[in-house]
Design a protein around this ligand. Structure first.
Ligand SMILES: [Ca+2]
Length: 145
């Protein structure tokens, strides 16, 4: 019995190792968000410096069709980026100010996957100070639909 468990464990480990690296880029549609919210809804208010990365997570349920992300630092002289990962760890992409069609110190995007529900679980967001003079403050919010 112990031996069978060991073999099973080995099989599971091998299956995990040999799983192909999933590129989620083509599966998701990322577009400029037109949603607006009261500023009182704030997931995070923080600051960032040159080269620094801050990580946030949002756990979504099984019936979410749209995930809105809103990184707002409001200062076009500093450049921040937002990298997005699915709950399974797939890399959706890294997005810059112009990803939402407007260079305005804000990255405001909707993530959809056709008419499908998005992968439930913990999505990860990495805010990075790509080019920051001194310290830049920002708001980061996520909303689900
Ligand atoms: Ca923008």
């Amino acid at each position: 019995m112990v031996r069978i468990k060991k073999i099973l464990f080995l099989f599971v480990v091998l299956a995990l190792i040999s799983a192909p690296a999933v590129s989620a880029k083509e599966e998701y549609t990322i577009c400029s968000s037109t949603e607006e919210h009261q500023p009182v809804i704030i997931k995070a208010y923080s600051t960032i410096t040159q080269g620094q990365t801050k990580t946030y997570t949002t756990t979504i349920g099984t019936t979410v069709k749209k995930l809105e992300v809103d990184l707002n630092w409001g200062d076009t002289s500093d450049y921040l980026s937002l990298a997005i990962y699915t709950p399974s760890g797939a890399y959706v992409g890294k997005f810059y100010d112009n990803a939402d069609g407007s260079v305005d110190g804000r990255i405001h995007l909707d993530i959809t996957q056709g008419q499908n529900y998005l992968q439930s679980g913990k999505w990860t967001f990495k805010v990075r100070g790509e080019s920051v003079v001194g310290t830049e403050d920002y708001y980061f919010n996520t909303f689900t639909y």
